[in-house]
Design a binder for this molecule. Structure first.
Ligand code: ZN
Length: 306
């Protein structure tokens, strides 16, 4: 160790001498303080969190009806909004130095593209999309009689209520087009983990494309890490079963130029999950787990960029 330090000093010495010499010639020129030392507030900060309630009713003006999954008495589109609102309130209470932007606050659906636009134009640092899971019906067959000594079957579609617990989805890098556009549209200069792009000829500029790819890879890693943190809170904090963290091509996450996680908060077509997701206790627990994970993630990224 000592040898290394000594070597560094010896190798560094000529540079120090050159610097000192330069300084002595430039005594009359004032040195700008912000170019020589990093300002205390220059580290990256999580400032804006986008909370996205999945699905929604058709608005009176028309537009899309995105019902989402159905339980035996409740609908995903209502549960996601209730949890998203609790999440917003809890983030604002527990992490007061961040701003929360909701992509939807009414029962009416907001198109995917609009959601991504809200996230990008508000320069979100994290995007959390709230959803409920559901398993498709399964087909069962039963023997209803015999004909010519052969059984006659009746096929029926029955709900598969076996799914239970949470699942975290992050954007898959299989498709690269839309997120590129979002990154290019998001002119973010200055922050450490934001795209540094110029407005002219971005797509053709090989350097810009290299930076974009690095950025996407960074967002992907950060998304997976945030998803892992949320998953751990669900398992360890609330004792929820979990299907883990998966990568998937998802339109809304595909267009957001920030670390993004889609949270499947539970299976709405499973009776006990449906009760949990519709209860005040369940909704508050889901929100609190996400908030604890965001706080951990925030502390980590802000510590690293100090
Ligand atoms: Zn959904």
């Amino acid at each position: 160790m000592k040898n290394k330090a000594l070597k560094r000093l010896i190798y560094g010495l000529p540079i120090i001498v050159i610097l000192l010499t330069l300084c002595s010639f430039k005594q009359t020129t004032p040195i700008k303080s912000d170019t020589t030392s990093r300002r205390a507030d220059s580290g990256f900060r999580i400032r804006t969190i986008i909370v996205d309630a999945g699905h929604g009713d058709r608005s009176p003006e028309g537009g899309r009806f995105s019902p989402g999954a159905e339980g035996s008495y409740s609908f995903e589109r209502n549960v996601t909004l209730a949890i998203a609102k609790k999440l917003q309130a809890q983030i604002e209470k527990e992490i007061p130095d961040v701003r929360v932007v909701m992509t939807r606050t009414t029962n009416y659906d907001v198109p995917f593209k609009k959601r991504a636009e809200i996230a990008n134009s508000n320069r979100g640092d994290i995007f959390i999309s709230i959803h409920c899971n559901s398993l498709p019906n399964r087909t069962v067959r039963e023997i209803v009689g015999h004909k010519h000594h052969k059984p006659v079957y009746h096929y029926a579609s029955v709900p598969d209520r076996s799914g239970k617990g949470v699942l975290l989805l992050v954007y898959s890098t299989n498709r690269i087009g839309p997120q590129n556009e979002a990154l290019l549209e998001n002119e973010e200069i200055g922050d450490d983990n934001k795209a540094v792009t110029s407005t002219e000829n971005k797509a053709e500029d090989p350097m810009a494309m290299i930076m974009l790819n690095q950025m996407k890879n960074k967002f992907r890693k950060q998304s997976i890490h945030l998803a892992d943190l949320i998953n751990n809170e669900f398992i360890q904090g609330d004792g929820r079963p979990s299907d883990g963290v998966r990568e998937q091509v998802l339109f809304v996450l595909d267009h957001t130029a920030m670390p993004s996680v889609l949270v499947e908060t539970g299976y709405i077509n499973n009776h006990s999950d449906e009760d949990y997701l519709n209860s005040e206790k369940g909704q508050n627990e889901v929100a609190a787990s996400i908030v604890r994970a965001i706080q951990k993630y925030k502390d980590e990224v802000e510590e690293v960029s100090k």
